[in-house]
Design a binder for this molecule. Structure first.
Ligand code: SF4
Ligand code: SF4
Length: 401
């Protein structure tokens, strides 16, 4: 009988969720484990460095990695652990929604190059705010993208029965970012009075997904200020989430929070939220530089994870509206940023970022294998289906800043 890691992971996860005290114990220990794991990875990266010469075919790295498409950078929450509310208050973030034509160009190129998946999670923003999201998912699926996923705060799941439409859309996975399972703690972490909408929307989503045979993998990512046991034993978790847990519906807790390039400070985080400790600088590129992210206006950024005051910063290296992704990946601007890491010359957002994770030889081996698989599956020529472009509103009426 062969060992199945996924079954083992599911079994462990299930045991933890069923034993609130065990969950607390694992949660506390995992903070230190993560810290040691990060230090170990840093050491491996320094001892066995991946030289620039081995990664300089950047478009090959692009192909083997995830492509993030942020169809909007507007959000309806004000999370205490996120740079978004600070950027909005300081008026440093220009927001908008991606026109369908821009999305079509990105997807058509992705399919032509052999890419089989896209993640519609923006650096900041909630995908459900984009009124054209369902049409965009439909276009991507029809064009040949096998896996579409995104992360959402779930505030708009009830709006126009969105919970039904996303399940029926062909999305493979949804990651639900949620602060708590009660109104007071939710408001403290997410900064808005939307708890009732969120929990009702999630309950309907789970029920409908089950009725349809669980076509969508749903993962609850608690951004928790409470101990896991407080959430696992809460009335709403037991009533609205626990009955639906399965191999396709999972829960996890955030063990440590990063500082968004130095913007978030420990004293701003409530309850048990803990920031990752800063680590000594390693002169190796961060692996997130190879998760290319397309912004709503077509700008392409080397990191889809973090920003400080704006997502139009010194990590932006091109624009999909007048370049191809391959040209952008192999551009001088991208090369300068990636090679700068080797001499300790990082972009501003990266300088204090505690989400930094160096590339390693094992990362490179995996990335090369994924690139080869994608290249082999690239169609000779892909006639892309068309969807009538929709007007892009400057700002969604659903925003609740
Ligand atoms: S929902 Fe996401 S983008 Fe919006 S404030 Fe929270 S963490 Fe930031
Ligand atoms: S250091 Fe931080 S901001 Fe820079 S690429 Fe890595 S995750 Fe992104």
């Amino acid at each position: 009988m062969s060992f199945n890691f996924n079954h083992f992971r599911f079994w462990v996860n299930r045991r933890i969720i069923q034993s609130p005290r065990l969950a607390d114990w694992v949660y506390r220990g995992a903070y230190h484990f993560n810290w040691l794991a990060a230090l170990t990875r840093d050491t491996r990266a320094k001892l066995f460095p991946v030289p620039l010469a081995e990664i300089q075919n950047f478009s090959k790295q692009l192909l083997g990695g995830q492509l993030l498409i942020g169809t909007t950078n507007i959000c309806n929450a004000r999370c205490t652990f996120c740079a978004y509310p600070r950027a909005v208050d300081n008026k440093t973030l220009k927001t908008g929604v991606m026109p369908m034509a821009t999305f079509q160009k990105v997807i058509t190129e992705r399919v032509r190059d052999g890419g089989a998946s896209v993640d519609l999670t923006p650096v900041v923003g909630d995908p459900l705010i984009d009124p054209g999201l369902l049409d965009k998912i439909k276009f991507a699926r029809q064009a040949g993208i096998r896996e579409v996923c995104f992360t959402t705060n779930g505030i708009l799941l009830l709006h126009q029965d969105m919970y039904k439409h996303v399940v029926d859309s062909g999305v493979a996975a949804m990651y639900i970012s949620i602060g708590a399972t009660d109104e007071t703690n939710y408001r403290e972490v997410y900064g808005v009075n939307q708890y009732a909408k969120v929990i009702n929307g999630l309950h309907k989503l789970l029920e409908y997904n089950r009725q349809q045979g669980e076509p969508v993998y749903i993962n609850f990512r608690f951004r928790n200020a409470q101990r896991p046991s407080e959430i696992l034993t809460s009335d709403d978790f037991i009533r609205f989430i626990k009955p639906y847990l399965s191999k396709k519906v999972e829960v996890n807790f955030t063990v440590d929070f990063d500082n968004w390039g130095g913007v978030i400070r420990q004293e701003e985080l409530p309850g048990h939220m803990r920031l990752r400790k800063p680590r000594p600088e390693v002169k190796i590129p961060c692996f997130s530089l190879f998760s290319y992210a397309v912004r709503f206006d077509g700008s392409v950024r080397l990191c889809g994870c973090r920003m400080q005051a704006t997502d139009m910063d010194d990590l932006v290296v091109g624009n999909i509206n007048h370049q191809t992704m391959k040209e952008i990946a192999d551009s001088e601007a991208a090369r300068k940023i990636i090679s700068g890491f080797y001499s300790g010359n990082r972009p501003e957002t990266c300088k204090k970022c505690t989400m930094y994770t160096p590339i390693t030889r094992s990362w490179l081996a995996q990335r090369n294998a994924a690139s080869a698989t994608a290249a082999a599956s690239a169609p000779a020529a892909t006639p892309a289906p068309t969807v009538a472009p929709q007007p892009a509103p400057a700002e969604s009426p659903l925003v609740n800043k």
